[in-house]
Design a binder for this molecule. Structure first.
Ligand code: PMV
Length: 318
């Protein structure tokens, strides 16, 4: 049995605009997707069990069920085998700490860890670049035309600035006093749907959307500058401006705004959607001394409110 894991992520700034080749900043978090794989005997099949989704499926060449929620995992595993040139019957068990459909990159983390686990099972050490690329192919099945930020951060870990055309670079981020709180809106969200909604706006109002996209780019550059200076006040202000841009492209809603305003009124430095929006989680930036007070207020409005830590480690064998 081989075990691998990969981290979830939060997007600090730049989501959605990253689809239009603008930079975005993502950071890996201390919640991980764990994947266990073992070889099976007999005819080719990939047996998958997801503990989180309480779902099981068996895939083989004849009965590819593309509508199954587990299909992207099969796809990631099968692509890895094709890449290596060894087709092997296997069983895959998924046990993830990352809440699904939350904006924390659970699907990418599962794909990344699956590629790592399967390649190790076949005695091959794939490069991180290769792992990320195969996971990206699986992500396309889940999200349509994703930017690639999720599979990249989950593979490499740390904090990165990512741009579709340019790739990514690590940011040396060490704002020790910064605390991030995640709050669940309780509304499931669908990244593909939200990305498509934004695309319609881009197609319909290109001259307006181009300017919003450029503003988002400038915001990310200022955010990098604020991070490098450890300037939490500016980081919070830029969170809030970024939220304004996300509301402008119609990925916010009443529940999201209610949580965001509750956080700001309770003294947060900034609050915004993290990820695709429409539901999922919001992220709050605050300092250690204020965190408990803010969480108390938010717990009146949401069932899941927790602190999240930044993880430096990307995909690994456990
Ligand atoms: O899957 P999420 O919620 O973390 O959102 C991904 C971020 C988007 O920018 C909205 C989409 C993308 O492909 O980058």
């Amino acid at each position: 049995m081989i075990k691998a894991s990969a981290p979830g992520k939060i997007i600090l700034v730049g989501e959605h605009f990253v689809v239009y080749n603008k930079p975005a900043i993502a950071t890996a978090i201390n919640l991980r997707a764990h994947v266990f794989v073992k070889k099976l005997e007999g005819d080719f099949k990939i047996k998958i069990y997801s503990k989180n989704l309480s779902k099981k499926a068996i895939f083989n060449m004849q009965s590819e069920n593309k509508h199954s929620e587990l299909y992207p995992i099969y796809y990631a595993a099968y692509k890895t085998m094709q890449e290596i040139g060894k087709i092997q019957p296997v069983e895959i068990i998924i046990d993830s700490q990352i809440p699904p459909a939350s904006g924390m990159g659970s699907s990418a983390a599962v794909s990344v860890a699956t590629v790592k686990a399967i390649s190790s099972l076949l005695d091959v050490s794939l490069s991180k670049d290769k792992i990320s690329k195969i996971a990206y192919e699986a992500e396309k099945i889940v999200h349509g035309r994703p930017s690639g930020i999720d599979n990249t951060i989950s593979t490499y870990g740390g904090t990165i600035v990512y741009q579709k055309d340019k790739g990514f670079r690590f940011l040396n981020y060490d704002v020790k006093e910064a605390v991030f709180i995640l709050v669940d809106t309780g509304i499931p969200r669908n990244t593909g749907l939200m990305v498509r909604k934004v695309r319609l706006l881009n197609d319909k109002y290109p001259e307006i959307m181009n300017l919003i996209n450029i503003t988002a780019e400038k915001l990310v550059l200022r955010f990098i500058n604020a991070m490098e200076k450890n300037d939490l006040i500016q980081m919070g202000e830029l969170f809030n401006i970024n939220q304004g841009l996300l509301a402008a492209i119609n990925v916010s809603n009443k529940k999201i705004e209610e949580l965001i305003y509750a956080a700001r009124n309770a003294g947060a430095l900034g609050a915004k959607i993290t990820g695709a929006g429409g539901g999922g989680y919001i992220i709050i930036l605050t300092t250690k001394n204020k965190a408990n007070e803010i969480m108390k207020v938010l717990r009146e409005l949401s069932e899941h409110v927790f602190l999240v830590n930044i993880a430096t480690e990307g995909v690994r064998l456990d």
